[in-house]
Design a protein around this ligand. Structure first.
Ligand SMILES: C[S@@+](CC[C@H](N)C(=O)[O-])C[C@H]1O[C@@H](n2cnc3c(N)ncnc32)[C@H](O)[C@@H]1O
Length: 278
């Protein structure tokens, strides 16, 4: 299950705005493909409606957005936390009214999108933020909205990027999204061949997806107990706790009252649960 996973960078310094901006300033942007990722290009080529609202979070140099513009899409938003990068792409797209370039933290962003494109943003986040990522993506998508893109299907010795596996993504996204595709990508660029999964997930609008702060757990055994207790609640479909036991994602068919969740963990005085609303 979820052990606390550490990495060179995230334990030494936070992966915050300063960290990412420094990478752009120093030009240490090894993730930058210099072109639209082929599996994403192939997916874009299948889209008929050019007026759908599209978001690209952690957009970087956003060759995906450039390709969308070339193809005539009219409603594109890109967001990145690194000011140095955002200044460059603002200038690049300055005369184009079909794209909005935002400087900011994706997790504070508000909006409603038909499609969100994932391209090396998920893997740039500390793994402890993965539950928050699922919750935020679900919130930002319109009814029947699609989250599509690429996820790594491998581990890395030095991170970021942070790797993962199909099994992990299955457990993380299930019930919040309907899986249209989650499969080995057969058209990744050569350096990433056999190491990416291509996915298309449709928002499950019939469920409640809530994220809670959790306090008091200190070991994975206790986490498993708490997770199992929440999962046993009638109407709960999926429970996933992050690797440092501070956030829990609960997918359910109806809203579960906070008091009920707190009562379930009241056997330990240290356990406190609080709903995250922003
Ligand atoms: C690995 S890079 C990928 C960039 C781009 N998607 C690409 O493939 O070239 C991750 C990007 O996410 C941005 N980022 C990291 N955390 C962010 C956050 N919380 N909100 C918005 N952008 C963020 C970084 O500034 C960086 O540009």
């Amino acid at each position: 299950m979820n052990e606390i996973s550490c990495c060179t960078v995230s334990c030494d310094k936070p992966l915050d705005q300063d960290y990412w901006d420094a990478q752009y300033k120093a030009n240490t942007t090894g993730w930058d493909l210099g072109l639209v990722s082929p599996p994403i290009k192939a997916y874009i080529d299948t889209l008929k409606d050019k007026d759908i609202a599209i978001l690209i979070p952690g957009c970087g140099n956003t060759y995906e957005a450039a390709y969308l513009l070339e193809q005539g899409f009219t409603n594109i938003t890109v967001i990145d936390i690194a000011p140095t990068l955002v200044k460059i792409i603002e200038e690049k797209f300055i005369t184009n009214t079909r794209i909005q370039v935002l400087l900011g933290d994706f997790f504070n962003h508000k909006g409603e999108y038909d499609l969100i494109i994932e391209q090396t943003f998920f893997c740039a986040l500390p793994p402890t933020m993965r539950q928050k990522y699922v919750w935020k993506m679900h919130e930002l998508l319109a009814k029947d909205g699609i989250l599509a893109g690429l996820l790594f299907n491998r581990k890395f010795e030095v991170s970021p990027p942070f790797g993962g596996s199909q099994e992990e993504y299955d457990l993380l996204f299930k019930n919040a999204f309907d899986f249209i595709k989650l499969e080995k990508s057969d058209n990744s660029i050569a350096p990433r061949s056999n190491s990416e999964l291509y996915f298309e997930f449709k928002k499950n609008g019939a469920v409640k997806v809530n994220l809670y702060e959790f306090e008091g757990i200190t070991c994975s055994g206790c986490m498993n107990t708490v997770t199992e207790k929440f999962a046993a609640v009638k109407d709960v479909l999926n429970v996933s706790m992050n690797g440092n036991f501070t956030e829990v994602l609960i997918v359910s068919t109806i809203e579960i009252p906070l008091e009920e969740l707190q009562k379930i963990v009241s056997y330990d005085d240290h356990y406190k649960i609080k709903k995250i609303t922003q």
